[in-house]
Design a protein around this ligand. Structure first.
Ligand code: FES
Length: 113
């Protein structure tokens, strides 16, 4: 089993209360990152409802008030800190958290294969 680091962005490119989506062709998945103050959360861009990407508009994964992650397809809402669906058709299921690290101001996703 080996781990791969995937450069996502500079932390400065992900302002507080914003989200950014990324394709990781090497890993064959899409992910997105959400910033909350000093904390960053990274999830696989796959809704547990019907296993399709969450966003319709590039990089837009949050509700208008930026308090929750929202799936654009059927409106499922997820807690930013845990990825757990708190309302909608996949209530009780969770987004898949992606390991990540911040090194020298840059955000990396970590995948294993
Ligand atoms: S695909 Fe996300 S709520 Fe249906």
């Amino acid at each position: 089993m080996s781990t791969n680091n995937h450069y996502l962005c500079q932390l400065a490119e992900l302002p507080d209360n914003s989200s950014l989506g990324f394709d990781l062709p090497d890993a064959g998945i899409g992910v997105f990152a959400v910033r909350r103050g000093d904390r960053v959360f990274v999830y696989r861009n796959l809704c547990p409802h019907v296993h399709i990407p969450l966003e319709w508009v590039e990089h837009e994964f949050l509700t208008a008030d930026m308090s929750l992650i929202q799936c654009a397809n059927h409106g499922a809402l997820f807690a930013i800190e845990t990825g757990q669906c708190i309302a909608g058709p996949c209530n009780g299921q969770s987004l898949q958290a992606i390991e990540h690290q911040i090194t020298d101001g840059a955000l990396y996703a970590i995948t294993t294969e």
